[in-house]
Write a protein that binds this ligand. Sequence first.
Ligand code: HEC
Ligand code: HEC
Ligand code: HEC
Ligand code: HEC
Ligand code: HEC
Ligand code: HEC
Ligand code: HEC
Ligand code: HEC
Length: 440
Amino acid sequence: MKMQQRDYRSSSFLLPLCLIIILPAPFLSLPAQAAGPYTDSAHGNASYGVKRSVAPLGNYSQGNCAHCHEQHASIDGAEPAPYSGDNSASPFALFADNFNPSATFTPYQQNDNFCFYCHTNVDYLQSSGITNYNRDYAATFGGYTTDSPLGIFEAFNQHSYHNLSDIQDFSQTNFSSFFTATSNPCTACHNPHIARRNKENKKDPSYTAISKPSDHANLWGNDASERMLAATSNKYMAPYFYEATNTYEPDATLTHDGSLTPDYNAFCTDCHNTTNTISSTTLGRNLIKISWYTEGGDSTTAGDKHGKNSATGSSERIMPYGTDNGWVLSCLDCHEPHGSPSSFLIRREVNGSYTTAAVHTKATSPTATSNIKLLCAKCHNSDWEYVHHLSPDATFNQFKCGSCHGQNGTAGFIIPCEDCHSHGKYVTDIDDPSLSRRTF
Ligand code: HEC
Ligand code: HEC
Ligand code: HEC
Ligand code: HEC
Ligand code: HEC
Ligand code: HEC
Ligand code: HEC
Ligand code: HEC
């Protein structure tokens, strides 16, 4: 949402840009910033904002720009090493290179990304580290703290992750109004000058940490119209909070209508929509396009039923989804934004309980074991025979078992769920090809 106050792109804020680039010391000795979006931000905060511990920075108050921007590669030898080792300044006059584009796969090293110097649980440059860590979504908003990564660096170095060089390439092409060849992929989703501390104010998304890539100068989620409640016309049901009976995300609250949660669907579909071709180096292919808003039930042009399109059958859901149809889920009900021990950024905990660390390990090898049904079971009746053969609208006749299940016996019996279920999929009736079911 647009700020009432002038945002950091206003003329008074742009002035320091010239200072950074042309002038030496004055920029660094800027007085504490006047009230405004920067001082309201997590980085600009005077008591918990940026503060590097190295001695030469001792004169700069907590929250000062100089803890990130330096006009030379380093202040009096305060490391990390200068840009490309040639003593020239890093782009944007940052204290280190913004991003190393040749880091195409994990494990990422700390010096691959400027942000990793502070957003990590080891060897951090932030004085005393990040307060209470940065845990993953399942921990911070789902309540499942066990085994959470304790920093953003750690979150990206898991089995699946949002590939940062792919994000950089994609954003350069698609968000060129602000995203340059030397921009940091994290800034596709965050504006470091305005991002706030949602984790300490979980019930209050005016403290949101994110900005939509198509609206980089503003926060996303801080306005009531940018939350799940408004975006779904009251058809969002917040999942259960971890083992806290009948309380809900994002903070074991009794409110479950989405009024406390940013509209993550609009955020993620800024990139993952029906038109963008997104190539994934990690998966070695283009990604499935996500259709989250198109209604039309079981028609082959309709979107996902977990999105705005409504379920068409009898309800095989468990609580809190009850017997109703028409729910719209949030991407972050199932996915992490940064990384996960499972494939496809699937959360460790979903709808109040643990999913196991390897719910779905089919990312790179099509023959690897998939446990995707453990994810489905978090919200659906997990008697898969009932769901597919016996429920009021079951589609499969139990006849000639082997024609679908392969050889009898355990090895061939269960049919891989992802043959029929993932974003965009539908199944056509064998006997009557005019009938189809949207199956995700
Ligand atoms: C000099 C250290 C430092 C660097 C470099 C840094 N951050 Fe931060 N960041 C912090 C601190 C300190 C906080 C506030 C931490 C807290 O919650 O106490 C913070 C908070 C944040 C938040 C708000 C959420 C939260 O509470 O943690 C976001 C989002 C964020 N940083 C993103 C970034 C991104 C993106 C980059 C790189 C472009 C970056 N940071 C680089 C130190 C840093
Ligand atoms: C594809 C979008 C996307 C990218 C890329 C991304 N983030 Fe985030 N990030 C999010 C979303 C969404 C949230 C809000 C949910 C949350 O707080 O867990 C978030 C939350 C955060 C937080 C707050 C975590 C907390 O404690 O709640 C920090 C800090 C952060 N990101 C830093 C980074 C850094 C550093 C990078 C790059 C290495 C990065 N992000 C890349 C989407 C992204
Ligand atoms: C947490 C670290 C951090 C802090 C603190 C910070 N910046 Fe930045 N700033 C960045 C990063 C990273 C970029 C590069 C953005 C990108 O990757 O596209 C940047 C870019 C800029 C730019 C270039 C225009 C733009 O937005 O891309 C200006 C101007 C700027 N910063 C000014 C400031 C001023 C003035 C302050 C203090 C009021 C400040 N910054 C505080 C990290 C920071
Ligand atoms: C009900 C849980 C659920 C929700 C909600 C959900 N996803 Fe997914 N998503 C999955 C699962 C499961 C997979 C892996 C499916 C597979 O095996 O291909 C996946 C895969 C993906 C992929 C990778 C697709 C590919 O090419 O393999 C993307 C991108 C994605 N999701 C984005 C989103 C976005 C964006 C949203 C919100 C608009 C969203 N998801 C909502 C469960 C979910
Ligand atoms: C700035 C654009 C952008 C935004 C915003 C964005 N993504 Fe992505 N996403 C990408 C790109 C590029 C890839 C391909 C790189 C990769 O596979 O990691 C990707 C890949 C994915 C994958 C597949 C990752 C894998 O390796 O299995 C999932 C799942 C996904 N995104 C979910 C989300 C969710 C959920 C959100 C919202 C929190 C989101 N994305 C927001 C650009 C984006
Ligand atoms: C976070 C909870 C959640 C998870 C996890 C989840 N679902 Fe769902 N699913 C729902 C809800 C809620 C609906 C009803 C949507 C509506 O009302 O439009 C639904 C609807 C469906 C439908 C449409 C049924 C019909 O009658 O039209 C299918 C098919 C489906 N889910 C399959 C899956 C599969 C397969 C998985 C595992 C990969 C899965 N779901 C994971 C919550 C979930
Ligand atoms: C037209 C295809 C088809 C035929 C024929 C068929 N099934 Fe199924 N069955 C399915 C599908 C799809 C599922 C859901 C995926 C799974 O669980 O393997 C399923 C699931 C099951 C399950 C639950 C397995 C689990 O995951 O726990 C049982 C048991 C089962 N079928 C028994 C039978 C028997 C016995 C026959 C023959 C009398 C039969 N099926 C014939 C399609 C078929
Ligand atoms: C051959 C295709 C096929 C396979 C394989 C398959 N399913 Fe399904 N599934 C369907 C169809 C068609 C429906 C819709 C029929 C219905 O809702 O009764 C469905 C419905 C569902 C639903 C939605 C229940 C509801 O109405 O809320 C879930 C959950 C589900 N399947 C899970 C699974 C799981 C888990 C597996 C793997 C063990 C699996 N399916 C394998 C075709 C398949």
